[in-house]
Write a protein that binds this ligand. Structure first.
Ligand code: SF4
Ligand code: SF4
Length: 176
């Protein structure tokens, strides 16, 4: 197993709804087959329909392996985050890469805790969507003073997570 692969097994952030809201299928992906394998494939109702499935991915296992590894979509095959690339190329030591992954996971966990404290408990939706839903609900007047303070903490936690994601994990081509 390469050091990059070991890192992914400690991470899972590109599959669990932290870095991405969804996975887009491409022309080479068999949408019907992937749906039959348990991925909730859907088509957007936009002017240019997009075939995709939502994260957190239904194929992500507890041990952060992919249940559909050999049949995973093209986007999953091609994506390598900045930390993975740097580790594989030897530009960063494995221990330093692992620290970055752990730091990002801690920041994501903090966002999840604050979302739950604000009543956003749907763990089957991606973090970004859960944050936007909470923001809309509170901005429509549903916030008392305590919720307002928690939402300020949440906004800061999301900012910290996004900052780390953009600095270390996204590459220019795949930033959402
Ligand atoms: S975000 Fe990077 S290190 Fe984490 S699982 Fe994805 S490719 Fe691997
Ligand atoms: S299909 Fe596998 S690689 Fe792709 S998002 Fe799901 S768990 Fe990750």
């Amino acid at each position: 197993m390469t050091s990059g692969e070991k890192l992914c097994l400690a991470c899972g952030l590109c599959c669990d709804g932290t870095l991405f809201d969804n996975v887009r299928l491409g022309p080479g992906d068999d949408a019907q087959h992937l749906k039959a394998l348990g991925l909730p494939v859907a088509v957007t109702r936009t002017a240019t329909p997009v075939v995709h499935f939502r994260q957190p991915c239904a194929a992500l296992c507890e041990d952060r392996t992919c249940r559909l590894y050999t049949e995973r979509p093209a986007q999953c095959r091609s994506f390598e985050c900045g930390v993975f690339k740097a580790t594989q190329a030897g530009r960063i030591a494995f221990a330093a890469a692992l620290r970055l992954v752990k730091q990002a996971r801690r920041r994501a966990d903090k966002v999840r805790r604050l979302l739950r404290a604000l009543g956003e408990t749907d763990e089957h939706r991606p973090l970004g969507e859960r944050f936007r839903r909470t923001q809309r609900r509170l901005e429509s007047g549903a916030a008392d003073a305590a919720a307002g303070e928690t939402f300020a903490d949440l906004t800061q936690a999301v900012h910290h997570l996004n900052h780390l994601a953009h600095e270390k994990f996204y590459t220019k081509a795949d930033a959402p």
